[in-house]
Design a protein around this ligand. Sequence first.
Ligand code: ADP
Ligand code: MG
Length: 386
Amino acid sequence: MSRDVADRATAGFRQRYAEEPAGRWAAPGRVNLIGEHTDYNDGFVLPFALPLRTVVAAAPGPDGRWTVWSELDDEPVEFGAEQADEPGRVDGWAAYVAAVVWALRAAGLDVPGARLAVASDVPVGSGLSSSAAIESAVLAALVDLGGLDLPTGRWPRLAQRAENDYVGAPTGIMDQSVVIRGRAGHALFLDCRTEEVEQIPFDLDAAGLAVLVVDSRAPHRHADGEYAARRASCERAAATLGVTALRDVATADLDAALARLDDDETRRRVRHVVTENQRVLDTVALLRAGRIRDIGPLLTASHASMRDDFEITVPEVDTAVEAALSAGAYGARMTGGGFGGCVLALVDADAADAVAAAVTAAYAERGFAAPGTLTALPAGGAGGPS
Ligand code: ADP
Ligand code: MG
């Protein structure tokens, strides 16, 4: 058993800096329950925060200097304002920390120098948003240490800018929104056009349910190029249809819209986005009515749409979904941008282990490297100090 993540952050801090941290701040990973490739189409998503957290132990440091250590790397990284002020000057994993300093300074805030130690239970690069977790935990620490006047309502946009403009990763607002604003027992309904959010009851525990998250461990083949191609295809289709974004195609108008597109591939791309937006709305309606089990078919339909219409699944994730459904899951789907990443399955809490075992067995049968599995309940967002 690995030591508790908060203890690891504290121990790392003591060992590295030979002093006590002033506090610990944490932010969770996240998973998207439903709504895939809808974000850049001005549509809807419904993520929730995971019980896995990234913890930052921190204390004030020399003015204008930041030192950060992560248990993922032996060497601490130190940088000053001149590096933080120029995107690209700090690279590698520490860029995610420098990025937050940069975004705070760009917002006109007087960021205190600090020493930081990072420990995390969020798997890195699996699509559970370890990036938003480290950004948000660092943000929480610096805001508190400096007594900065930055209401939490502004945190998601600031952390997103850090990742977009300093790290150079073109993410939407979903990850930071849920990692910061997530609430235990709830999913976060986010309208990516207006950025309005609403907490939707999703109390799996009370219903005797759980979400099984399977890390497909599939290598991300061509993911960046394929993502860009899907995005371009959606933008071209919106232009052809004379709408700002595919979000503006109503479900009732879908057939008429498809008839105006002249190639089959674009028609399938549009059909995914329009039906996926509707599935998010339908999921929210069912959850509001307390009918959690009934969202299963929507999850499974989302997967079929990603597999057949948007064409972003790979054999590993299709295998995991099929095995989970055969083992009794209420619904299952790939989550995240595609070409690998994670699968989630809605299961009875006491069946989670059996479903995980069934997925692992199906993987072995196909000759795939063993998947990672974890059972998740919706948890709270960034916080501290502790
Ligand atoms: P994901 O967000 O899906 O986990 P990303 O590629 O967006 O994947 O972000 C992963 C990157 O974030 C890592 O490669 C690393 O640079 C940085 N990162 C995340 N968590 C940590 C951590 N605990 N310590 C150091 N760097 C981290
Ligand atoms: Mg990320």
